[in-house]
Design a protein around this ligand. Sequence first.
Ligand code: CUA
Length: 315
Amino acid sequence: MSSTGLGTFVHAASTAAPATDRLFLALLAICGTAALAITCTVLVFAIRYRRGAQVERGQVTAPKALEIGWTLATLAIFLGFFAWGAHVFAGLYREPADALPVYVVAKQWMWKLQHASGKREINELHVPLGRPVHLVMTSQDAIHSFFVPAFRLKQDVVPGRYTGLWFTATQLGEFPLLCAEYCGSEHSRMLGRIVVMQPAAFAKWLAAGLEQPTLAQYGFARFRQLGCSGCHSAASTVHAPLLEGLIGRTVHLQDGRSLVADDNYVRDSILLPQKDVVAGFAPVMPSFAGQVSEEDIQALIAYLRATGAAGGGAR
Ligand code: CUA
């Protein structure tokens, strides 16, 4: 895709790749220049001041202006790199609102992925070309790391919380997916691939196969089976917060804090209900740790997201 930069040598197949490559090459260039300058100086001095050479060996003090100058110049250069890097980094975590969600559960030693449509994949992720995809990832055991070299993306996948990542694929084809965090004896075999398809072919692929409930529909079924709806519904006699349209809303807590409800908040509320008690409610919810799988929690989140998207003003 990109005619200049690292993409010339290594596949660069996402919108994140060119910016990362530019930063990497700039750092490489400046480090290379500094290393070269130091090496040359060492060589020149080694020859010039070799034993027996007739040269002035007195100590020289650099003028103050020069010392201040090079200190400030290098400071400015590296602060510039910091700002540049922070900008690129922040961009990797600010997913576009229309990104397709894909739920990822890592385990020893495979990647389990699920689309919002309910379609599941193992060690393979099909995505459409040119459309942002947002990964919501967690692990059910050790720490893993989702690494797609061609996309220049790597993100730790951690048990007990969600981490996220987004990308837009810019090239058709198959790209290796690796686990980049040592996670046990089969770590090196925890491999997969990302398959980038034309949007029409992707839609056909997504629709093919057995008719299945969407992730949100499955989440709603679990919402009832687990008894969530017994308390969290308008008809309930138990005083519990209503959850429709929760995600993205600001929640005020008992202890005076407030936060914007996101995936991690929902997850914690299910597993650690005493952690963030909503203001005006008693901390009576039991923990569902051990009763719900990671897939269940992701489905419940997808369901809550759907209530926000569909209803919004419903309640
Ligand atoms: Cu999973 Cu290494």
